[in-house]
Design a protein around this ligand. Structure first.
Ligand code: KG4
Ligand code: ZN
Length: 344
């Protein structure tokens, strides 16, 4: 059994965790930055990087103390090396490198998306490769076929905004504040999902990808028209996202075949109606639905430590000159999707 220290700092959570190769979570610590970004209605990269730098060392110390471990009892150090806000990624990666060098331990440079993609296996020992994964977060919206640690086939991606980004922008338009997803979901509960006519971009399209920018623009127009109540806009928006995700997943299953498990990861997986839709799609296709617990869906370091554990077991370690990557597709062989803002 090996013990992996995981470090995460690619967006607006600083996190440190200790996880074993047999799935024990010995400690996980997380410091959010909501208060410092809230006045700006979104994450400000420079502020994020500084906030990571201030807290990361005490957070790692606190994780080691909680696990009752010393650094030299750790087998490897896994740090998110991208994709994400480069200043923040560098803070975590440089910290990981310094600890690896000081303690003479191997470094594992983890792709944040791989952390999300493998996190369901930390929660569910029965989840074997391959599985179909909907990865929906603030920065990404992809359907992946996960074939093993480091082995991914990207079946779909977004050609503009990510699903979580659409939630965050809708929250901003409706004046709900940041982070938007949970606030839109809460407001949507009191609204009518059929009240506001909103588009379902790319629904039924032969192209396998997602698009949410047009939906966001339609939310802006609906709001500006003053014809609709905010809760009806929130509810109709959420329903449009559910419909788009469902349509694209159905297409991926039709085009590439069903596998035993349908899995969801990323912050958007916290959304109740989206989870219910996924359960239904899975049961319609004879697949089992797996979702990690909510705390493991949003950004955290346990998923980075676990991805580190899977890579360590496969003999995949990195050298100390590994450079932080603001963009880092999980499937480098995937065909480039059209769209100026395509991230992976
Ligand atoms: O994975 P994550 O924590 O960070 C990224 O890597 O992006 O995902 C955060 C995203 C945000 O866009 C947030 O609004 C969204 O996940 N989110 C939700 C919910 N909770 C978080 N979206 C919809 N419904 C939710 N309940
Ligand atoms: Zn994430």
């Amino acid at each position: 059994m090996s013990v992996i220290l995981g470090i995460e700092s690619s967006c607006d959570e600083t996190a440190a965790a200790l996880v074993t190769s047999d799935r024990q979570i010995l400690a996980h610590k997380l410091a959010g930055q909501e208060a410092v970004h809230a006045p700006f209605g979104g994450v400000v990269p420079e502020i994020a990087a500084r906030a990571h730098a201030e807290i990361i060392t005490p957070l790692i110390e606190a994780a080691l103390a909680e696990a009752n471990l010393k650094l030299d009892q750790v087998d490897a150090i896994a740090a998110t090396a991208g994709p994400g806000l480069i200043g923040g990624v560098m803070v975590g990666l440089v910290t990981g490198k310094a600890l690896a060098m000081a303690a003479d331990k191997p470094l594992i440079a983890v792709n944040h998306l791989e952390g999300h993609a493998l996190s369901p296996r930390l929660a569910n020992p029965e989840l074997d490769f391959p599985y179909l994964l909907l990865l929906a977060s603030g920065g990404h919206c992809q359907i992946l076929r996960v074939e093993g640690a480091g082995q991914y086939r990207r079946l779909a991606t977004t050609i503009d905004d990510a699903a979580g980004e659409a939630f965050d922008k809708t929250a901003k338009i409706l004046g709900l504040g940041y982070p938007g997803g949970p606030k839109v979901e809460a407001l949507a509960k009191t609204g009518n999902a059929a009240a506001v006519p909103l588009p379902r971009p790319l629904k039924g399209s032969k192209e396998p990808h997602f698009s949410f920018a047009g939906l966001k623009s339609a939310v802006v127009r609906a709001h500006q028209s003053c014809e609709y109540k905010s809760e009806d806009i929130a509810s109709s928006f959420q329903q449009a996202v559910v419909d788009c995700l469902k349509d694209r997943l159905e297409k991926a299953i039709a085009d590439h075949g069903a596998v035993p498990h349908l899995v969801v990861a990323g912050g958007v997986a916290a959304n109740g109606p989206i989870r219910s839709m996924l359960e239904q799609v899975a049961s319609d296709h004879g697949m089992q639905f797996t979702a990690p617990p909510l705390w493991l869906c949003t950004d955290n370091a346990a998923m980075i430590a676990w991805a580190g554990a899977e890579r360590f077991a496969a003999g995949l370690t990195d050298t100390l000159d590994f450079a932080a990557r603001p963009r880092w597709p999980l499937d480098p062989a995937a065909e480039k999707a059209r769209g100026a803002g395509v991230k992976a």
